[in-house]
Design a protein around this ligand. Sequence first.
Ligand code: SF4
Length: 342
Amino acid sequence: MIKPFMPQLVYIEPGALEYHLGAELKKKFEDLGVEIRKTTSHNQVRNIPGENHLQKYRNAKSTLVVGVRKTLKFDTSKPSAEYAIPLATGCMGHCQYCYLQTTMGDKPYIRTYVNLEEIFDQAEQYMSERAPQDTRFEAACTSDIVGIDHLTHSLKKAIEYFGNSENGKLRFVTKYHHVDHLLDADHKGKTRFRFSINADYVIKNFEQGTSPLDYRIQAAGKVANAGYPLGFIVAPLYIHEGWKQGYEEMFKKLDAELSDRARDDLTFELIQHRFTKPAKRVIQKNYPMTKLELDEEKRKYKWGKYGIGKYIYQKDEQEDLKETLNSFIDKYFPNAKLEYFT
Ligand code: SF4
């Protein structure tokens, strides 16, 4: 996706119009001529157009719902942060492996929350409970927040909010390159801006509706030049024909783009591909032509919470992935920090 996301249909909760951002978004979409409908609750949006499941699923992913976040209890977000800060839920991307398909069930539409002050007040409470220790907030647990931020600027406000906080840190990850409006945010070095990257094969086959690798890498260069601490999540690590070469190409492109400054404080997180049985069913329903390898027989079973285990790579494959990726990080970014491989 080269152009920034623009919803085909917008739903607004009446309560959202009592907030400045809600009213501003209504005006923006009216001016743009986007169809606007009312919904009583952002949790129960009905009548998304489409004659069958696939059409409805696709239309939902281009539908934006403007609502008020009522649950202000934040989820935890281990291992990369203490809490998930809820600015939005849902994503316009079509990554076939994405876990949001399972966690969001029949609500694949995108929700943006306009009561930012209340959300920030809640964050303040969590920070004061942990002070003087830092508290890290992850803004991309349930959405790709950068992908919609050119419309809402909620993320930009959060970056500035945590920039001016005593003990708060913000982090998020994105597959989109639409970062220009975030470059002048007053981040004070307290936001780690991460990009999700992968071998070209994985992006082309399984990440429809997201930015191409070269665009993400260029955006990472801009973000680093704007002084943000930078990070990369390489996920899902996926074994395919020529994967070692594919991943090395990716590191070479990064190496060519990043300035010395970007390398001073650089992190990598590595996550191997995994799936659960319920996720496999949802993926095959939403993407019936998927080429994603989902054969339980080929994988190792790892017991999980609530009896739902996941299928990960066999031990020797995991070792190979870990060693190969580690060797590329050592070769191209010897000063970077590898946060985890999972
Ligand atoms: Fe899921 Fe991220 Fe892809 Fe969006 S961009 S569909 S959140 S993996």
